[in-house]
Design a protein around this ligand. Structure first.
Ligand code: RIB
Length: 300
């Protein structure tokens, strides 16, 4: 009935990555590794992650008419993503400046470029793809007004997954459409406001649910994740691995969870599978280049 298991509406960035012993403080210069340029961006990452697992995936995004844009389109096509919805031009391709430290943790600054030009009108013009998708997943590296239009354009019976990253307060119409809202501790604190900082993650999950989403997933790094819905709150354990680079792990987790929900998994089962996908991702450098196939996940 649906042509696509998953439609991703989101960003596409060229990731400019440098390994560092430690990040510089204000006014400080440090030397790092050779520069690596990888295809990235939270939307493009989710699309590649889902397609590599076997999901029939389409991407709605905007890139520049430049070398970075071609790098991103090549990566999507190689993974098997339908790129008919990728618009080209209007601004240079988005760029992410990324440092990765020896523990695998990263810091990222994004220049949105063409991502900032993905408009509500672009979403409306792509309306037919929305009717072909079982699940739609989006993030906040595109304008919030575009994300709100995605929530309005959902076809009856399809499901919206939102990772509010980078975080900002969300309008109630967007929150109400999320099933689930997927976020880490930092993002949860921004959505809830600093008043909640002292409370336990289980409390955050309940408070987030009270803001309107039908379900919530809070990722807790090495502590696993929490899934929350009208059925209650449950903890999903992490899969222990040695992390080399955590870049893109949240994106592959979200893509895997969204795909499995569309296949009919419960929220807890989908989050358990997604934890395995995220675990494989952190064992390799880069974002899209590190995403596993379903066979690699099964072998973990
Ligand atoms: O989530 C990881 C991604 O965040 C990177 O690929 C980078 O492009 C930024 O968007």
């Amino acid at each position: 009935m649906y042509d696509y298991d998953l439609l991703i509406v989101g960003s596409a960035n060229a990731d400019l990555v440098i390994g560092v012993e430690r990040r510089p403080g204000a006014g400080e210069t440090v030397l790092g590794s050779d520069l690596a340029v990888h295809p990235g961006g939270k939307g493009a990452n989710q699309a590649v992650a889902a397609a590599r697992l076997g999901a029939r995936t389409a991407l709605l995004a905007r890139v520049g008419d430049d070398a970075h844009g071609r790098l991103l389109l090549d990566s999507q096509r190689e993974a098997g993503v339908d790129t008919a919805g990728v618009l080209v031009g209007g601004a240079p391709t988005g760029v992410a400046l990324i440092t990765v430290d020896p523990s695998g943790d990263n810091s990222i600054v994004v220049s949105p470029g063409a991502n900032g030009r993905l408009t509500p009108a672009d979403v409306r013009a792509a309306g037919s793809i929305f009717h072909s998708a079982r699940v739609v997943s989006t993030q906040l590296e595109i304008p919030l007004e575009t994300v709100a239009e995605v929530a309005r354009t959902l076809a009856p019976g399809s499901r919206l997954v939102l990772n509010p990253s980078p975080p900002q307060p969300l309008p109630s119409e967007v929150l109400a459409a999320c099933d689930p809202l997927i976020l880490n501790e930092h993002e949860a604190k921004v959505i809830l406001g600093e008043a909640r900082v002292g409370e336990e993650p289980e409390d955050w999950a309940r408070l987030l649910l009270a803001k309107g989403p039908r379900s919530v997933v809070v990722t807790l790094g090495g502590e696993g994740s929490l899934v929350a819905s009208s059925d209650g709150v449950a903890r999903i354990p992490s899969v222990p691995v040695r992390a080399v680079d955590t870049t893109g792990a949240g994106d592959s987790f979200t893509a895997a969870l969204a795909w499995r929900l569309g296949l009919g998994d419960s929220l807890a089962d989908a989050a358990s599978y997604a934890a395995r996908v995220g675990a494989v991702t952190v064992t390799k450098e880069g974002a899209q280049v590190s995403f596993p196939t379903a066979e690699e996940v099964a072998a973990l």
